[in-house]
Design a protein around this ligand. Structure first.
Ligand SMILES: [Zn+2]
Length: 342
């Protein structure tokens, strides 16, 4: 098959579109012909290399896949060759207490497709059959690939972690990011009031179109002052964070009493400061979040299939142009998901 691999860590130039061995179907597994694979920031970290994580080389990234089943393990039931599917991006052992409790993303062996395993920057990908989610005929492959990781992540952040309630106010940072566009749609659908940040008039307009009541220009406006103004000095109940160092202190200052910051990433840096006086005197909660349980993805998918959620797709690139797609993501040019097609 053709695949996009890197043999060493580095810039976008290490991504090579080349021949690679076809994946082999494993017991309990399937092989999927990839029709679309959405990119995530994790892909950039994998390519650049991480301090404490060893990535197997050569490596095929790609966690967000939609395609057709082409091969089924001999012991797999309930799925047919030719089925149109998207893939749950979390891999777990399926046997430990956390997996059996439906908390698969707390499994000690939890992994994301395309992280320690080969992912979807390829014509074919092998996954466990339990990762397969059939998609209805009206859902296209590109939008299906754009859905799983972003909506799964945002869903767990807002519900299991931040315990969002109807009528609360949510501030979503970076509306044009995968998690940002998903969080706006989910919070809006569950009757929260949504404020969002974005850079430039075009992205601000798109944030409002997705359901934000107000969009704040994070380059041109004072975020904390604007949030206080829009909430009559009260602040917001929940901040959806993934920006990290550049915004963390502002995110904490935007919170109302009893507010929660929930974070799933640190794209601008991970070392920051915290004024503990804010934390205790205003009874704040700081929450970490990583992916989500498969059951949550299945819940969110019902709303996707019914048209309540529409993943924002920035643009598609042929896989032969994956390096350009990485550059676009690294420069924060996109609004919504960048999707690769073989
Ligand atoms: Zn497990």
């Amino acid at each position: 098959m053709k695949a996009v691999r890197f043999h060493a860590h580095g810039g976008p130039e290490v991504l090579v579109h080349e021949e690679a061995p076809d994946p082999v179907v494993r017991p309990g597994g399937v092989v999927v012909r990839v029709k679309a694979c959405a990119m995530n920031h994790l892909d950039l970290w994998q390519r650049r290399g991480l301090d404490r994580v060893k990535i197997p080389l050569p490596h095929i990234s790609g966690a967000d896949v939609a395609g057709e089943i082409v091969e089924i393990g001999p012991d797999v039931r309930g799925i047919d060759v030719g089925a149109r599917v998207m893939l749950q991006p979390g891999l777990s052992c399926g046997q430990c207490a956390r997996c059996l409790a439906g908390e698969d993303n707390y499994c000690p062996r939890y992994d994301v497709l395309g992280y320690q395993s080969d992912g979807g920057y390829a014509e074919l990908v092998a996954v466990p059959a339990v990762n397969v989610i059939p998609i209805p005929a009206q859902i296209g492959f590109v939008e299906a690939a754009a859905f799983p990781l972003a909506f799964l992540t945002a869903w767990q952040m807002l519900f299991s972690r931040a315990r969002l309630r109807a009528g609360e106010t949510v501030l979503v940072l970076a509306a044009g990011s995968g998690v940002g566009q998903a969080a706006i749609q989910i919070a809006k659908a569950f009757h929260a009031r949504v404020l969002a940040t974005a850079g430039g008039p075009e992205k601000l307009a798109r944030a409002v179109a997705l359901g934000a009541e107000h969009a704040i220009d994070h380059y041109a406006e004072d975020l904390v002052a604007r949030v206080k103004q829009l909430t009559d000095g009260r602040g917001v109940d929940v901040v959806v964070e993934h920006v990290g160092k550049a915004t963390w202190e502002k995110s904490v200052r935007c919170l109302a009493r009893g507010g929660r910051v929930v974070t799933c990433g640190a794209t601008t840096g991970y070392d920051t400061t915290l004024d503990l006086r804010h934390l205790f005197a205003r009874q704040l909660s700081l929450l970490g979040s990583y992916m989500g349980a498969k059951s949550e993805l299945l819940q969110a998918a019902q709303l996707f299939f019914r048209g309540v959620f529409t993943p924002a797709v920035d643009r598609t690139f042929p896989m032969s142009e994956t390096a350009q797609a990485h550059l676009r993501m690294a420069d924060y040019q996109q609004f919504g998901k960048i999707v690769l097609v073989p």
